[in-house]
Design a protein around this ligand. Structure first.
Ligand code: OOG
Ligand code: MG
Length: 260
């Protein structure tokens, strides 16, 4: 293994896998990658997207629930960047032929009303929000067989591919223990509770604020934050109507198209 790390070369491998929708080899099999360097590869990958005209719109957390950690064999909270090109319209269509081996997971989404420029307590977290919405995240690891180490998945922008956001609800609405059901063509495929996300989804915001603070970063008002999946993810195939129902809160949907 090489000790000299070329951030751009590593980010380009993952970027090309995305553009060609062909799986790539795990980076940790090629170089000795630590977590801090993995985040630098992630940042370089976002820079490549920005060069193509994509705009950063917010952040996502990963592995905030046991269900996800167990499914992927990773037990550390991670974060990635979201761009405008990743958003699909609510009720819209997702062409799977542009992806590698996509999966979908139910999430909650926060939209900020104020800039986040310092640590937040759980009590303060709700006060920076414009609203909260049901969401679905489509993840698509760029790695072969959807397998990775913690460092690999961080370098790969936490498998981020697409996301759908439903109608915004009041930030005052209680979200700590809501039933979450994800359906394929009207049949439940994953069932859980919003409490699975760090015991309380607003803790995702507390975590984001603390991570931003450590990196001396500020998140502008109007940003999107995905709190992390409440259940394990499910593989997508063409011809699916996918929905998430969050009880007493709301729902959002999209459908899949394209041959695979
Ligand atoms: C990594 C992304 C994890 C979540 O919500 O936990 C994530 C993966 O599972 O490929 O988005
Ligand atoms: Mg997710």
């Amino acid at each position: 293994m090489s000790n000299v790390i070329d951030l751009t070369a590593l980010a380009t491998q993952l970027d090309e896998a995305t553009l060609r929708h062909e799986a790539a080899t795990q980076l940790t099999g090629q170089v000795a990658l630590d977590l801090a360097t993995a985040y630098r590869v992630q940042a370089e990958g976002i820079r490549l997207r920005e060069q193509r005209g994509e705009r950063r719109v917010g952040l996502k957390l990963g592995f905030t629930s046991r269900a996800k950690m167990q499914q992927m064999g990773v037990d550390h909270l991670i974060w990635g960047e979201l761009t405008d090109a990743m958003q699909i319209e609510e009720g819209g269509s997702l062409d799977l032929s542009g992806l590698i081996h996509p999966r979908v997971e139910p999430e909650l989404c926060f939209i900020t009303r104020k800039e986040i420029n310092g640590p937040l307590s759980l009590a303060e977290a709700g006060l920076v929000l414009e609203g909260i919405a049901p969401a679905l995240e489509i993840i698509d690891s760029r790695y072969r067989d959807f397998r990775f180490t913690l460092e690999d998945v961080v370098a790969d922008n936490c498998s981020s591919a697409k996301f759908v956001i439903g109608a915004l609800r009041s930030p005052q609405q209680a979200i700590d223990n809501l039933g979450v059901v994800m359906n394929f063509n009207g049949r439940p495929v994953q069932v859980g509770s919003s409490a699975a996300i760090l015991g309380h989804p607003l803790r995702a915001l507390v975590q984001i604020a603390s991570l931003l603070h450590q990196q001396e970063r500020v998140l502008p008002a109007g940003s999107v934050i995905l709190a992390g999946a409440a259940t394990a993810a499910e593989a997508l195939r063409p011809g699916l109507h996918v929905s998430v129902d969050i009880s007493g809160f709301g729902r959002t949907t999209f459908h899949t198209g394209g041959a695979r």
